[in-house]
Design a protein around this ligand. Structure first.
Ligand SMILES: Cc1ncc(COP(=O)(O)O)c(C=O)c1O
Length: 398
């Protein structure tokens, strides 16, 4: 792509900058952890307060009950999920629990396959299911960046029940070959739970194209939607027949009949919900979802690739260790850089309003999003230079 073309495209996405107040006072490069708050959240949370204040309990019937479906559909639209297939949950770990509760682990098909690059919370959850009969098979990886597809394919066999895998790995932003893994899982009768937390919003996800059985994630990172709203997509044909045991009255066919005894499941998305949902979280989620949809993930991705390439170029020039895939097609939105004293450097960056984070075995994670500029990338790295020079670490710049 020629330079002029790129800057025109980048400029177009930069028209969203004024929508994010924090960009006026910080170099915000931590969208892998918490996306910047859209200005529209002030109005949408006021809307929540207004309806609560003026309509009280009537708000459930007039707005809040159906809102769970509407927000689920907004998220679904970004991943090409059909309407009604995405339920809202509180967090991703809870989404895994809902999926787990659809199965039992008593039979020979009780193996759970994932790699050691999975998000730890997911591992903690599945490890804990071993006391309920699940058998965890962890695929070991060696370079802290990639997950060898072959290793995953080899581990998935006729005894495998579920494969809870990250689409984009949180530690290195490696994009796993979800299609190949899903195809293998299906060939042997296993299901895949695709964790899209680090992909949706910055890497295009076509959940029907991938034919994933389940997809999970939250809105607070790349979707700029705040905490407390996570999503669980269930493939529509499965959604009709699975019966989650982690359930409650929201999942009942006639919740307001308050029948006693066993439940009668409603259809998705409510079928996969439990009790009263986090309504304020729906309101904080909507403005970010609207902007991401309008901006378009394909365009966000094109810009993201350029920004992460620039980060790598700058790190290479300085001889710092880059813990991210070199292949742009396999690299998500984050570049982890392990420069000298990286934990302390991260603390100093935060003090200087360059917002990033640090993870052991990864380094300082830089996660630019569509609202960042190329100049900010250069400025962030120059700030690292200044910090290292103040620390007395000799510059190795070439
Ligand atoms: C890929 C991935 N999965 C899951 C989680 C944790 O999700 P939750 O806190 O919603 O359970 C994170 C958090 O950073 C993540 O990056």
């Amino acid at each position: 792509m020629v330079l002029a073309e790129l800057s025109a495209m980048a400029d177009d996405l930069l028209r969203y900058r004024p929508e994010f107040p924090i960009l006026e006072r910080t170099t915000y490069m931590i969208s892998n952890s918490l996306g910047a708050m859209p200005r529209g959240v002030y109005d949408s949370t006021r809307e929540f307060c207004d309806i609560w204040a003026t309509r009280g309990v009537c708000a459930w019937e007039e707005k809040w009950w159906e809102m769970a479906r509407e927000v689920g559909d907004e998220i679904g639209a970004i991943m090409n999920a059909p309407p009604g297939s995405v339920s809202l949950q509180l967090n991703v770990t809870g989404c895994e629990a809902v999926v787990a509760s659809c199965f039992d682990f008593k039979g020979p098909r009780n193996k759970i396959v994932y790699s050691d690059m999975n998000f730890p919370s997911i591992m903690y959850f599945w490890e804990a299911q071993q006391s309920r009969g699940a058998r965890v098979h962890m695929v070991r990886t060696d370079d802290g960046i990639h997950v060898p597809t072959e290793g995953m394919l080899h581990a998935i066999d006729e005894q495998t029940l579920l494969v809870p895998m990250s689409h984009v790995v949180f530690r290195s932003a490696y994009i796993q070959d979800a299609k190949a893994i899903i195809e293998k899982a299906h060939r042997v009768g296993a299901y895949v739970v695709l964790d899209c937390f680090q992909s949706l919003g910055t890497v295009p996800v076509d959940i029907q194209g991938l034919n994933a059985d389940f997809a999970v994630g939250g809105v607070l990172k790349w979707l700029c939607g705040g905490a407390g709203t996570s999503y669980l997509y269930v493939r529509p044909d499965l959604g009709k027949k699975l019966e989650p045991k982690l359930t409650g009255w929201f999942a009942h066919e006639h919740p307001f009949d308050f029948e006693i005894g066993a439940t009668r499941y409603s259809d998705p998305p409510y079928r996969f919900m439990q009790g009263t949902s986090n309504v304020p979280g729906f309101y904080t989620a909507l403005p970010g979802l609207k902007i991401i949809r309008e901006a378009g993930v394909e365009r966000i991705r094109e810009k993201s690739k350029k920004m992460t390439a620039r980060l790598i170029e700058l790190a290479d020039q300085r001889g710092w260790k880059v813990n991210a895939p070199r292949d742009p097609e396999r690299r998500g939105g984050t570049v982890a850089i392990d420069m000298p004293n990286s934990r302390d450097v991260c603390q100093e960056l935060l003090k200087r309003d360059v917002l990033v984070d640090y993870r052991p075995k990864a380094g300082v994670r830089f996660s630019p999003h569509f609202y960042n500029t190329m100049e900010e990338i250069d400025r962030a790295i120059q700030t690292v230079d200044e910090i290292l020079s103040e620390m007395g670490v000799a510059a190795t710049a070439r």
